[in-house]
Design a binder for this molecule. Structure first.
Ligand code: S3P
Ligand code: PEP
Length: 429
């Protein structure tokens, strides 16, 4: 069978202003919390892409009304009590959906649901959520003793626990906080290093129980709560591709507007600055407790760096595009702390190394690190490995010289229209 590909010609200077689609993490969470709320609420400027459309579909199967209203979603919530679905819940490619949903369903007394997903999602580790949920009293069964989907949940009474995350994961933290809304007593999650805090900010937005003390987050049983409109900021993870593209192509200047600048998401800005990037940003307003503003990137000769592993959880989805920047930097870049990248939509450490080699870059790969020899790339062909971030990051890596991207449609998981927007910026000069 013929596989689709996209040939990108060498891109001239990228010029102009752009707004990226809504934040994926906030869209998943906003839809879920509105499905639990009482009455009608709008999710304004959400992400409508593969992953979040899976969330909308699953929540409809659980009895919430999720309606399209132009670019927005109108949600009529269930008031805490979800409906038993008639069929298996397909989470598609979305790890965030499956993990948060486990937390959401665990306390729905009597409700039975089976969760599955695509081949990539069925390979991803679910024990990290299932184990602490079981400690709360949840009844979850699945393949490999509950470590992998398909997973079956029978909702029942839950008890709060105190739990320290063994790996930095906002998805595990969020699943436990959602379960905690239905549990007796207090649920406390402690994280060894900070991860994205969108769930905490949304709990505040909806007036849900929450206490934050240093690295500890606590919640407890909620009563019914009213729906409230929510504006979704642009996704920093999507903006990252255009920012790096502008840094790599001589003469470029790009401004991304209306983008979320939550400090638990913007570790990439810190690393790129240390590499010598000409980047400027400003927080202008807050939407649903999320800082929002603009970022400007201008072409910059970059230097290799040694990345602080503590920053990785604050830029976990931006490592592929950081690797693209490293390939064009002068000297070597060392990126440690990458064990979590092995269990994303693809093994991203291996996918990065293979694509860099395909573009003629020297790279060394360890169990949880990459060492990239900069100096530029030659053209070639890149392989997404069924992973949206890899497709977009390696389009950017090859952009200055031209590149063939196989199966470019993987980008649609988080950014429909990515290549159209990229080509528009390239053509604007
Ligand atoms: O909570 C979230 O919305 C996400 C958390 C991260 O995953 P982990 O929690 O597995 O680190 C990230 O990679 C993913 O894209 C979205
Ligand atoms: C890891 C990602 O998403 P998820 O875990 O929700 O599949 C991602 O978007 O890069």
């Amino acid at each position: 069978m013929d596989r689709p590909f996209l040939d990108l010609a060498p891109c001239g200077p990228l010029k102009g202003r752009i707004r990226v689609p809504g934040d994926k993490s906030v869209t998943h969470r906003g839809l879920m919390l509105l499905a639990l709320a009482e009455g009608e609420g709008r999710l304004l400027y959400p992400l409508k892409a593969g992953d979040t459309l899976s969330t909308a579909r699953v929540l409809r199967a659980l009895g919430a009304e999720v309606l399209e209203e132009g670019p927005h979603f109108l949600v009529r919530g269930r008031g805490l009590r979800l409906k038993e679905p008639e069929d298996v819940l397909d989470c598609g490619n979305a790890g965030t959906l499956m993990r948060l949903l486990l937390g959401l369903l665990a306390g729905q007394e009597g409700l039975f649901a089976v969760l599955t997903g695509d081949a990539s999602l069925r390979r991803r580790p679910m024990g990290r959520v299932v184990e602490p949920l079981r400690a709360m009293g949840a009844r979850v069964e699945g393949r490999e003793g509950g470590k992998r989907a398909p997973l079956a949940v029978r909702g029942g009474p839950l008890k709060g626990i105190r739990y320290t995350l063994p790996v930095p994961s906002a998805q595990v933290k969020s699943a436990l906080l959602l379960a905690g809304l239905f549990a007796e007593g207090e649920t406390e999650v402690e994280e060894p290093t900070p991860t994205r805090d969108h769930t905490e900010r949304l709990f505040r937005h909806f007036g849900l129980p929450l206490e934050v003390e240093g690295r500890k987050v606590r919640t407890w049983r909620t009563g019914p709560f009213p729906a409230k409109d929510l504006v979704v900021p642009g996704d920093f993870s999507s903006a990252a591709f255009f920012l790096v593209a502008a840094l790599l192509v001589p003469g470029s200047e790009v401004v991304v507007e209306g983008v979320g600048l939550n400090p638990t998401r913007t570790g990439l800005l810190t690393v790129l600055k240390a590499m010598g990037a000409d980047l400027e940003w400003r927080v202008l307003e807050g939407e649903a407790g999320e800082p929002v503003g603009w970022v400007r990137a201008r072409y910059s000769p970059l230097q290799g760096v040694s990345v602080d592993p503590g920053l990785i959880p604050l830029m976990v989805d931006e490592v592929p595009v950081l690797a693209a920047a490293a390939a064009w930097a002068e000297g070597e870049t060392h990126i440690p702390g990458l064990s979590e990248l092995r269990v994303k939509e693809s093994d991203r450490v291996a996918a990065i190394a293979q694509n860099l080699r395909a573009l003629g870059v020297e790279v060394e790969e360890g169990p949880d690190w990459l060492r990239i020899q900069g100096g530029g790339v030659r053209g070639g062909e890149v392989e997404p490995f069924h992973d949206h971030r890899i497709a977009m990051a390696f389009a950017v890596a090859g952009l200055p010289v031209g590149v063939r991207v196989w199966e470019p449609d993987w980008a649609e998981i988080s950014y429909p229209g990515f290549f159209r927007d990229l080509l528009r910026l390239c053509a604007a000069s």
